[in-house]
Design a protein around this ligand. Structure first.
Ligand SMILES: Nc1nc2c(ncn2[C@@H]2O[C@H](COP(=O)(O)OP(=O)(O)OP(=O)(O)O)[C@@H](O)[C@H]2O)c(=O)[nH]1
Length: 175
């Protein structure tokens, strides 16, 4: 994703330093068009902006204050054309995963299943505590909704949000 606005620090995963306790590496996954880049831009700029190239994969870094501590948050905005291929590039790097779908596209939700299976297998095999959040995006398009609220499975936390607005998340309890 190349940005045409704002000041954003980028880095790549191979050059990223080892994680310290104050680092958080987030990976956004999901089918094309689910809104990963828009969410990344909203996180970085606190605004919904459409002027970016959504077809480039990159890592963006931002200093955030969490629980009164400074945290370096790195966000990898992936761009997989064919589901979770070459997942090695982010599996060992991540400290958390956001699997994104669009609530008005059923195939976008169905496309999450392969990612969730890949992550579940990885967590089971290597790192059982890496959090996974299933995120239903484009909540502003609720009137066109094709995926039910809390249409979720396993022990995945789920939340819904529009990229277009300040977060108005609808939290779903763990199933
Ligand atoms: N209405 C609405 N549109 C959104 C929202 N989030 C993203 N979009 C639009 O959905 C389209 C796809 O968004 P992207 O952020 O490019 O999706 P992506 O998942 O990064 O797509 P790829 O980079 O191709 O994998 C764009 O036209 C965005 O402007 C949202 O919350 N509401």
């Amino acid at each position: 994703m190349s940005l045409m606005f704002g000041k954003v620090k980028t880095c790549n995963s191979t050059a990223a330093p080892d994680r310290s306790p104050s680092d958080c590496n987030l990976v956004l996954l999901g089918v094309m068009g689910s809104g990963k880049s828009a969410l990344t831009v909203k996180f970085l700029t606190k605004r919904f902006i459409t002027e970016y190239d959504p077809h480039l994969e990159d890592i963006f870094s931002s200093e955030e204050i969490v629980d009164q501590q400074s945290v370096t948050v790195r966000v990898m905005d992936t761009c997989d054309k064919e589901g979770p291929v070459n997942s090695e590039r982010y599996l060992s790097w991540a400290s958390g995963f956001l699997v994104v779908y669009s609530i008005e596209k059923r195939e976008s939700f169905e496309g999450c299943q392969l990612y969730l299976q890949t992550l579940a297998l990885h967590n089971k095999t290597f790192k059982p505590h890496i959090p996974i959040l299933l995120l239903g995006n484009k909540l502003d398009l609720d009137r066109y909704r094709l995926v039910s609220v809390c249409c979720q499975n396993n022990n995945i936390s789920a939340v819904e949000s529009p990229s277009t607005d300040i977060i108005q998340s609808r939290h779903c309890p763990r199933s």
